[in-house]
Design a protein around this ligand. Structure first.
Ligand code: 13P
Length: 256
């Protein structure tokens, strides 16, 4: 068996610290002993201390959903990579389409964040993906290639610290996931772009699929050869459904 599949949950703007503690009380027993998967939960910033405390010793990891690129300074409302490390984060999600679309993050800003997070020793999950309009105009590969190249500019030699999440914007929160074979096609393309950047490093990157992943479709998506994990939004909010997705990953990991 090769590298572990990464089963990551992005809670977005959901749950308080108390709800976080209650979540892990139910979640951890459900995933105890699962092999072949690395499980990561990315709660809101204010929940991170409670989450880190709850998962201590369990093997489950916690991460941030975003960060600023400066180490510290007059950036009201922002959180730095160093602060994420200090509260126990190993990972940070960067360039999520909601950050790009709702908070105006450009590829250049995302790149600064990637560089800064890696410098601080965080593993980065860089999100890329096309909108429906872009897909219908045949621009999927162009958009994904641009986001990858600009997002990873200057850190091509550090791909072993990077994971990529392919999240087609039209599949996020819509209940309509990409068809497994369509996800596989884009994942293969992502690996081909990464290989041109850094052939050895590309092998270490896990390309995750995100967008309406549920217990019902997780197995079909994860069974695709180039799908090395999932980034789960809505279905990661319920301990039972996120655990079911992790269990599907553990079953598939044996076959990969
Ligand atoms: P949903 O799983 O709710 O579609 O969200 C996906 C996502 O954006 C994960 O980052």
């Amino acid at each position: 068996m090769g590298e572990k599949l990464l089963i990551a949950g992005n809670w977005k703007m959901h749950k308080t610290p108390q709800e976080t503690r209650e979540y892990f009380e139910r979640f951890l027993p459900l995933v105890e002993g699962l092999e072949g998967v690395e499980i990561l939960v990315c709660p809101p910033f204010v929940d991170l201390p409670a989450a880190a405390e709850a998962v201590a010793g369990s093997g489950v990891k916690v991460g941030g959903q975003n960060c600023h690129y400066e180490k510290e300074g007059p950036y009201t409302g922002e959180v730095s990579p160093r602060m994420l490390r200090a509260v126990g984060c190993e990972f940070v999600i960067l360039g999520h389409s909601e950050r790009r679309r709702l908070f105006g993050e450009t590829d250049e800003v995302v790149n600064k964040k990637v560089v800064s997070a890696l410098e601080e020793g965080l593993r980065v999950i860089l999100c890329v993906g096309e909108t429906l309009e872009e897909r219908e105009s045949g621009l999927t590969f162009t958009v994904v290639e641009t986001q990858l190249k600009l997002g990873l500019s200057g850190v091509e030699d550090r791909l072993e610290m990077v994971e990529v999440a392919y999240e087609p914007v039209w599949a996020i929160g819509t209940g309509v996931a990409a068809r497994p074979e369509d996800a596989e096609e884009v994942h293969r393309f992502i690996y081909s772009v990464l290989e041109k950047m850094n052939p050895e490093g590309a092998k270490r990157v896990r390309v995750l699929y995100g967008g309406s992943v549920k217990p019902e479709n997780a197995e079909a998506l994860l069974s695709q050869p180039s799908v090395k994990g999932v980034l789960v939004g809505g279905a990661s909010l319920k301990p039972e459904s996120f655990a079911a997705i992790a269990a599907a990953g553990a079953r598939l990991a044996r076959l990969k």
